[in-house]
Design a protein. Structure first.
Length: 1018
């Protein structure tokens, strides 16, 4: 007898099941299944399910678990798609429930979406209510021939009303079939499934108790026969019903939206017109090379049917520009398109940089175009909202992602359910390696600390078995960081959707891969903090000097900017900030923008092995070998090394006569390193090269050279585009340092350590840093007379709404004379000690009184005064004139000791501002000190003074104690090491927060400067 499993829930529905789609076909095949249906609470996972079962020869059916709302109670049911119409209606049912956030399915929705659907009621699972009346209501809504009576026997027991359900079915002429919901594959997984549900509910085993057997195993044929031994016809009917449902998942199709055009206008014609106008605007008069390239690209785009796509992208980028939202100069291979440059999609002229269009859009490999666009991260949502308004909210959605239980997450989540202490949970976490992709099985390998810990108690073994069972399953849904889909038809006709965050743009119920498989146009709207930095610098300059900074006009040969790269002075510079990259820059000393983007491409695992060779050849210390005269020009700019993927394509064109499209296919093929593909392409390359007169040996040598470097190649288009962002930031750092550092400090406001390092660097460059001020500061940092005034948001503990209120009130009420005027202006409701005390500690109230102790002591009096004069913004008892009470006096207080004043600054700012304690240390102990920020590893011996920020004590393999510590003064920080001999001698002097005068040797290790301490002055 053929078996049908009609109620399978999969782990694609977060924490609803342990059944993984990848393992399901094998489990079903073992059980002799002819058909199976997925019935998650939303249409999560239906495409992988259908694909996996089809490949195994099992008939897949798409279904949905619902709870139908009736006046007689809520009736659990499963709705199946019998045909294509039913599938489309399932999309709408799942979407409607999710978008409107309904737990149940109203009868009128069932009636409206019933065509092509089959409803299988499960009255035995019904809670309160009248099953017979509820069934009658559902029968009426579903319509004739669309309702099936499902009979479930939980735990093998008949429901007391089972005979009533059967009689109802007989009277109504309904088929009857067996129901057995499956949420885990094997019976021994029942406990792990219960734990997964507790993770979802946020409960613990101790609170919930052991509970009942969930009875949701994927039953074997024997178990089915045992459960429904008296009614084998119901089991047979279940299979017949599933097999009667047609395979409903549609084949992929290309769903390309159309750009709105005037009547009689074509997308191809509009695109050509816009490109010609854009090219003239950007470059003025251009020669035949540009005309030919533009004609070629437009021809390819038109033939592939992508003109609308380019117009759509150009339109939302134009919107961003009109609103002052900064977009990136390009990203990925799209920077190789002249059309994209002409439309303003990128800022990269591909002819000027030798970039290749076919690397982006290959007519010989038809795929959807993919232009990823970077926006200033704080305004990305505005562009997505614009697209939703323009094309209709029903046509636009962001893409869902599923957060899974990683090894650490599975371990900690299950440990919490088991009631393990916080310390035990932390210990477990420490025993699992932090590297990406590590599994619990690997972490608990024989002999590992975790394996030993698990073996100490039986409960730990059960915990480990449970954690392994839930590891890797989805835990929650979230929004993809970039992906947005745009559909020519309402999205619910193509994919299921659900409500987006904060009631905004919809979210697809399918992740990126499945959305693309369906044929929808996916676009990436990425948020980039570095663009936000550029945008804020430009806005500050425009506000202060009424000058609009056009980033495209920044000269790429600016000596001051290039000098920063040569010196490795890269704090705040996109893609070049790491210690290793700085070291590389100092070694290579790039002299041109071309060198800079080459280094950007080289500095990644694999290619960076070529950096020493690149540097020697660049500076003439090593000759550049000739690979072959025909391809030497291709490799000239990178000194005979294949750095870019485009170079592989150019070699294939020059050496073997490939078209650019064929060359792109070769590039992709050799990068995958599949033996069969490599051999096929080798023959193709050799055939082409010998056809052009090259010897077979030469052709093979060049092909092998290509294969050798294929993994190293990086898209030149991406390197150029992203290095433009880097260079623009470097130009601002070199030419507008006050604005650059002001914006950079603001961006680091949530990271006090980074903010401190940036401030130290700014001071070393001669910039003054002014304390935050309630009278002068803005929300973020600003430039004031060439100095940098810290923003009020730099002060920890001050709520953002309070800062915005303060700035708004200050704008309308003018300069306050003292703390009491400020309190009245804000009103007692807003002026609170919690918000104001951190400002006093940071020095933001210093203009009211020179002694911060007095200000701190007077906050309470100011609160009381405001409560009397103006308790609320709308309740001003004296018309805003506090003079009625006379001038208020500050409270008396002893002078704030300097150490405490500095301690307060560090407490609320995260760093010392007015002075650094190390400065006093240097003054008390005169001598020749090297500033920590200037230590470069060249001095044979040096003496430094600083405050110990942190200490890490360890033991060597021999068991000897030693320490690593970080010193800080007003110029920077320096990692230091005390080896066992020195540690034993000076350990008693090492305390976090205390001052230290030390002598020793500085050295560079792994790209970083550190000091080996030999002596410490007592």
């Amino acid at each position: 007898m053929a078996l049908g499993y009609g109620q399978i829930m999969t782990s694609d529905d977060p924490l609803q099941s342990l059944i993984r789609t990848g393992r399901l076909p094998g489990a079903l095949k073992e059980r002799g299944a002819a058909a199976a249906a997925i019935v998650n609470t939303r249409l999560y996972g239906v495409l992988p399910f259908a694909k996996a079962l089809t490949e195994t020869g099992i008939h897949p059916v798409i279904g949905l678990s619902v709870e139908i709302e009736t006046t007689a109670g809520v009736l659990p049911a499963f709705i199946y798609a019998k045909d294509d119409q039913g599938y489309r209606n399932l999309l709408k049912i799942s979407s409607a429930q999710s978008v409107r956030e309904r737990e149940g399915l109203p009868l009128q929705w069932l009636k409206g979406y019933r065509d092509g659907c089959l409803v299988m009621a499960d009255p035995a699972a019904m809670g309160e209510g009248d099953p017979a009346e509820a069934l009658g209501r559902v029968l009426e809504a579903a319509g004739e021939g669309r309702l099936v009576m499902g009979i479930s026997r939980r735990g093998g027991q008949q429901h007391p009303a089972e005979d009533d359900f059967v009689r109802f079915a007989e009277t109504a002429g309904l088929p009857v079939c067996a129901v057995a919901v499956a949420r885990y594959e094997r019976q021994e997984e029942a406990f792990a499934f219960r734990v997964a549900r507790l993770i979802a509910e946020g409960s613990k085993l101790a609170e919930a108790g052991e509970g009942e057997d969930p009875d949701a195993c994927l039953l074997s044929p024997h178990q089915l026969a045992e459960r429904f031994g008296d009614r084998p016809d119901w089991v047979e009917a279940a299979a017949e019903i599933l097999l009667s449902c047609a395979k409903t998942v549609p084949e992929p199709e290309r769903l390309m939206p159309a750009f709105p055009l005037d009547e009689g206008e074509s997308a191809d014609g509009r695109l050509r017109t816009d490109c010609l106008a854009g090219l003239e605007r950007r470059l003025g008069e251009t020669g035949p090379a540009y005309a030919d390239r533009l004609d070629h690209e437009l021809g390819v785009i038109a033939r592939m049917g992508y003109s609308d796509y380019f117009l759509i992208v150009a339109d939302f980028i134009a919107f961003a520009s009109s609103k002052g939202i900064l977009t990136g100069p390009g990203r990925g291979s799209s920077a190789g398109s002249l059309v994209a440059f002409a439309l303003g999609i990128t800022d990269v002229d591909p002819l000027a940089y030798g970039l290749i269009f076919e690397r982006f859009l290959n007519p010989e490999r038809v795929t959807m175009p993919d232009i990823d666009v970077d926006f200033a991260d704080h305004r990305r949502h505005e562009v997505i909202d614009y697209v939703a308004r323009k094309y209709g909210e029903e046509h636009v959605a962001q893409i869902i992602t599923f957060g899974t239980l990683s090894a650490k997450a599975a371990a900690r989540s299950t440990a919490r359910i088991f009631g393990f202490s916080e310390e035990e949970q932390r210990e477990i976490s420490r025993m699992i390696p932090g590297r990406p992709g590590v599994s619990l099985k690997e972490a608990a390998a024989e002999g590992s600390p975790l394996a030993r810990w698990v073996g100490e108690e039986p409960v730990r073994l059960r915990w480990m078995q449970t954690a392994l069972a839930v590891e890797g399953i989805p835990r929650n849904v979230s929004t993809h960081a970039a992906g947005v889909v745009l559909s020519p038809v309402p999205l619910v006709e193509a994919v299921p959707v659900e409500a987006g965050s904060d009631g905004g743009v919809w979210l697809t119920q399918w992740p990126m891969k499945e959305v693309e498989e369906r044929g929808l146009l996916k676009m990436d709207f990425l948020g980039l903090r570095n663009l936000t930095l550029l945008e804020r610098i430009r806005a500050m300059i425009l506000h202060d000097r009424k000058e609009f900074l056009d980033f495209e006009r920044i000269p790429l040969d600016d000596p001051a900017a290039i000098r920063l790269f040569q010196e490795g002075d890269m704090t705040g510079i996109f893609q070049f900030e790491s210690d290793g990259m700085r070291d590389t820059l100092r070694r290579i000393r790039p002299g041109t923008f071309r060198d800079i983007y080459a280094i950007n491409a080289l500095y990644r695992p694999g290619p960076m092995d070529n950096i020493p060779v690149f540097e020697r050849r660049m500076h003439g210390r090593e000759p550049i070998p000739s690979i072959h005269p025909s391809i030497d020009p291709v490799l000239r700019e990178t000194y005979g090394i294949i750095v870019y993927q485009e170079q592989i394509m150019q070699i294939a064109v020059r050496m073997a006569g490939f078209s650019m499209g064929e060359a792109d296919i070769l590039r992709r093929a050799v990068s995958k390193k599949k033996r069969s593909v490599l051999e096929q392409e080798r023959n193709h390359f050799v055939e082409g090269a010998t056809g052009l007169g090259h010897s077979r040996d030469t052709a093979l040598r060049v092909y092998d050279y290509i294969v050798k470097f294929a993994d190293y190649g990086f898209p030149k288009s991406h390197a150029v585009a992203y290095s433009l962002i880097s260079f623009r930031l470097a130009w601002l750092k070199a030419n507008e340092p006050a604005y650059f550092y002001a914006a950079l400090i603001s961006q680091a406001s949530g990271d006090p350590d980074r903010a401190s390092r940036i401030i130290q660097e700014a001071r070393r460059k001669g910039l003054s840093i002014l304390a935050p001020s309630v009278l002068k500061s803005g929300y973020a940092c600003r430039v004031e007379g060439g100095a940098i005034r810290l923003g009020l948001s730099s002060v920890k503990g001050v709520p953002a709404p309070f800062i915005r209120k303060l700035l708004d009130v200050r704008k309308n009420s003018g300069r306050w004379a003292d703390l009491f005027e400020m309190a009245v202006a804000l009103s007692a409701r807003n002026f609170t000690r919690g918000a104001v005390e951190p400002l006093a500690k940071a020095g933001a109230l210093d203009e009211f009184h020179p002694d911060r102790a007095v200000l701190l002591a007077s906050i309470g009096a100011a609160e009381t005064y405001a409560e009397l004069v103006r308790p609320d913004e709308e309740d001003d008892l004296f018309g805003g004139d506090p003079a009625t009470f006379g001038r208020q006096k500050y409270s008396k207080a002893g002078e704030l000791p300097e150490p405490l004043r500095l301690q307060y600054e560090r407490e609320v700012l995260g760093f010392y501002l007015s002075e650094h304690p190390a400065s006093g240390l240097k003054q008390k102990r005169p001598g020749e000190f090297t500033d920590l920020g200037l230590v470069d590893g060249t001095a044979s011996r040096l003496t430094v003074a600083g405050i110990i920020l942190e200490i890490k004590r360890i033991r060597t393999k021999k068991g000897e104690a030693m320490a690593f510590l970080t010193l800080q003064d007003d110029t920077g920080e320096l990692p230091c090491t005390l080896f066992p001999k020195e540690y034993t001698k000076f350990n008693r002097l090492l305390n976090e927060g205390s001052g230290l005068i030390a002598s020793g040797q500085a050295e560079r290790r792994n790209g970083k400067i550190q000091m080996i301490i030999k002596e410490i002055q007592e």
